[in-house]
Design a binder for this molecule. Structure first.
Ligand code: ZN
Length: 65
């Protein structure tokens, strides 16, 4: 169970924000909040790929609202 600050949108997918692997809770998953959007990656390596070009991956996120 993750703790999210008020006003932060929950991550809208069941797959990694970068490589689209299923987030099954068994890997070294990493959570990051960018702006008011929570993001979850399957590994620190994917978080680093996200941080290299965040706008690319943010644009691919489905809009929950
Ligand atoms: Zn990944």
């Amino acid at each position: 169970m993750s703790q999210r600050p008020a006003g932060v949108r929950p991550y809208p997918m069941v797959t990694c924000a970068v490589c689209e692997d299923l987030l099954d809770g068994r890997g070294p998953e990493v959570t990051e909040v960018r702006g008011r959007q929570e993001l979850i990656f399957c590994s620190p390596a994917c978080q680093q790929r996200f941080q290299a070009s965040p706008s690319r991956y943010l644009a691919a996120l489905p809009r929950a609202n």
